[in-house]
Design a binder for this molecule. Structure first.
Ligand code: 2AM
Ligand code: CA
Ligand code: CA
Ligand code: CA
Length: 283
């Protein structure tokens, strides 16, 4: 019956075809007009709202007691707190700035949180037909094939994706400038892809070694962070603390050792920034 607890696999079997179907909205899109939200870099198209509405309505029909946190509905309703009720956390298009430029690097992300725990996650990039999935305790998959992080521990051989889209946010000041100065000295491959969820999945699949992003929302993390962890990766918050789904920023890496090494360099950069700022006010 509807009130009985269901296995995460049943939820995955239910949602997967709906996400694949919703992906067709992106493949057949022909209207790339954008509307700006509060920030000039925060974009929305008709497809963001349409995909989120389709998914929420179909899930509601099947599971009328479940709750939802969706990027677009949150604009109106605010972000509700997590409860023990199963909650579907939806980013209808992650990588909207790529999508509107017809760069095929955007995904639909759906995570399911049960008893406040990330339990199931799907990230689907319809343009490349790549569907990443995970169930807590049961591993991570790409199109049904098991994936693992690549086990990279050597920062001198690392490919690191650092999301720079939010660097212009005043609250970070010069932080990114200082960090990039130090990181680029040791890390041979630096990237910025413009999709948080796909970048996380690339760490999970061992394509890249590390991904970091600040200033995110639950829908940028609900599926992808579970997928990284289930692939054997390590996720902490951007300052090395415990990752918090409801106030997310993160460093996701193939190994804990690599995470420590990246953090150590960022600490050196942060200290230099603080020293310089001090010298400026004193000088
Ligand atoms: P989005 O495409 O769903 O907006 C790079 O832009 C990454 O950061 C994307 O995954 C993007 O998600 C996410 N992001 C989160 N908050 C953002 C914001 N305020 N502006 C732009 N991108 C944001
Ligand atoms: Ca957005
Ligand atoms: Ca997003
Ligand atoms: Ca989005």
């Amino acid at each position: 019956s509807a009130s009985m607890a269901q296995e995460p696999q049943e939820y995955l079997d239910f949602i997967l075809p709906l996400i694949k179907e919703a992906g067709k909205e992106l493949l057949t899109a022909d209207n790339y007009q954008v509307e700006h939200k509060k920030e000039v870099y925060d974009l929305v198209t008709i497809y963001d709202r349409r995909i989120e509405d389709i998914l929420i309505n179909k899930i509601k029909k099947k599971y009328p007691n479940h709750k939802f946190i969706g990027e677009e509905e949150s604009e109106i309703n605010g972000i509700s707190n997590l409860t023990d009720t199963p909650t579907w956390i939806i980013d209808p298009i992650d990588g909207t700035s790529n999508f509107v430029r017809q760069i095929p690097f955007a995904a639909i992300s759906v995570g399911l949180v049960i008893n406040k725990e990330q339990t199931m996650g799907v990230v689907y990039n319809p343009f490349l037909n790549e569907c990443f999935t995970a169930i807590k305790g049961e591993g991570a998959y790409l199109n049904g094939n098991k994936i693992k992080t690549n086990g990279q521990t050597d920062i001198n051989k690392t490919c690191f994706t650092y999301e720079l889209s939010l660097a212009r946010n005043e609250k970070y000041g010069d932080m990114y400038m200082y960090r990039l100065k130090h990181l680029t000295r040791v890390i041979p491959g630096i990237r910025s892809y413009g999709s948080a969820t796909i970048s996380l999945c690339y760490v999970a699949a061992g394509r890249i070694d590390a991904y970091q992003c600040d200033g995110l929302y639950p829908w940028d993390a609900a599926a992808g962070v579970l997928i990284v962890r289930e692939a054997g990766g390590y996720v902490c918050d951007s300052n090395g603390g415990e990752f918090n789904l409801m106030d997310p920023n993160y460093l996701a890496t193939s190994t804990k050792k690599l995470s420590d090494e990246i953090m150590a360099i960022e600490r050196i950069a942060d200290e230099e920034r603080i020293r310089d700022a001090k010298a400026k006010t004193e000088g």
